[in-house]
Write a protein that binds this ligand. Structure first.
Ligand SMILES: [Zn+2]
Length: 331
């Protein structure tokens, strides 16, 4: 399952490896500097001895531990100042022997903040990046609300409507963003993005998927074509149970381009019905893009599928109108 828990665990173990690598790098740097400069070598040894000596004394006389530690700090400070001078003198950067870490905020631990432990931005980024490597999610890193560009939509009134296509898409975008921000698993509320090709449906569905994913919920994005393929394979050979399980169990399932998949007798309609019905019974949400309008959906599938997709109590239907913007812009 492409779950956030799994990839977080993976990202944390990457950080653990990073910390080991940091220590090895620090060790190599100390060896290099000591080899270059006998003065540095002597200072490093002094610092080491001081550290162990201080620890021993503090153990031996716990009542004086505070004074010992203050003395030690002062002396270490002096040694470190001398080290910086010697490093510069032998042609190395003065911070060459500072602790090595890739992230200065969390020192490669993945967490920041005291007393409240919070995930560091670097861990969050790593998790998102790993999520995006998964099948169906690769496009999401670039297709998100921040990248949504309404200026590619013509600002001329749509025939028979008061709004321009741009004004219209702006409203739809706001609905989608509010949906993604307010998304709660187990509420079962979904979106149906319907309209002809090139009106921005898939892009906006990706924006929703990205935002919901970023908020920590599990999301699967799959084309209707691939969904049918997966279900067919599963039905006939039992293969791909894991993917089917993901489609049924994720917090949000996004189905792209419903209606474009091949209509295989005894497969397509029942596969789609099965997914929709199982998710509905478990109150799990779907977002669907389709070229069909509601009549088209009832016609192409059957009443059961049509009723689940167009159920006004659960699905918000967003009709996309206007002309194909891909004629002007190549993405
Ligand atoms: Zn960090």
């Amino acid at each position: 399952m492409v779950s956030r828990e799994n990839v977080t665990r993976e990202a944390l173990s990457d950080l653990e490896a990073q910390r080991a690598q940091n220590l090895a790098e620090e060790k190599a740097r100390r060896a290099e500097a000591a080899q270059k400069s006998p003065a540095v070598a002597a200072l490093l040894e002094r610092r080491q001895k001081l550290f162990f000596g201080g620890m021993r004394s503090a153990f031996a006389a716990p009542a004086r531990a505070k004074d010992i530690s203050a003395d030690m700090q002062r002396e270490v400070g002096e040694i470190n100042r001398a080290l910086r001078r010697e490093l510069t003198a032998c042609g190395l950067p003065e911070d060459y022997l500072q602790p090595v870490c890739r992230c200065q905020l969390c020192r490669d631990t993945g967490y920041v903040g005291e007393p409240v432990h919070e995930q560091c931005a670097c861990l969050k980024r790593a998790v998102m990046h790993k999520l995006y490597q998964n099948e169906g999610l690769q496009g999401l890193e670039s297709e998100n609300f921040a990248a949504f560009n309404e200026s590619i939509f013509p600002d001329t009134p749509i025939e028979g409507k008061r709004n321009t296509q741009r004004g219209y898409i702006r409203k739809i975008r706001a609905v989608c963003e509010a949906y993604a921000d307010g998304f709660r698993p187990g509420e079962g509320r979904g979106l149906l993005l319907s309209g002809t090709t090139g009106l921005g449906k898939t892009f906006l569905m990706h924006c929703v998927a990205q935002r919901v994913l970023e908020r920590g919920y599990s999301v699967v994005v799959v084309s209707a074509y691939r969904l049918t393929e997966l279900m067919r394979r599963y039905q006939f050979s039992g293969e791909g149970a894991e993917q089917v399980e993901d489609m049924l169990g994720c917090d949000l399932l996004c189905i792209d381009d419903l209606g474009s998949e091949p209509m295989l007798r005894g497969v397509t309609v029942s596969a789609i019905y099965h997914i929709l019905n199982e998710r509905r019974n478990a109150n799990r949400a779907i977002v669907v893009t389709t070229n069909c309008d509601s009549d088209g959906l009832y016609e192409k599938y059957d009443d059961r599928v049509g009723a689940r997709l167009c159920d006004a109590g659960r699905m918000q239907i967003l009709p996309f109108v206007g002309e194909d913007v891909r004629r002007y812009v190549r993405r």
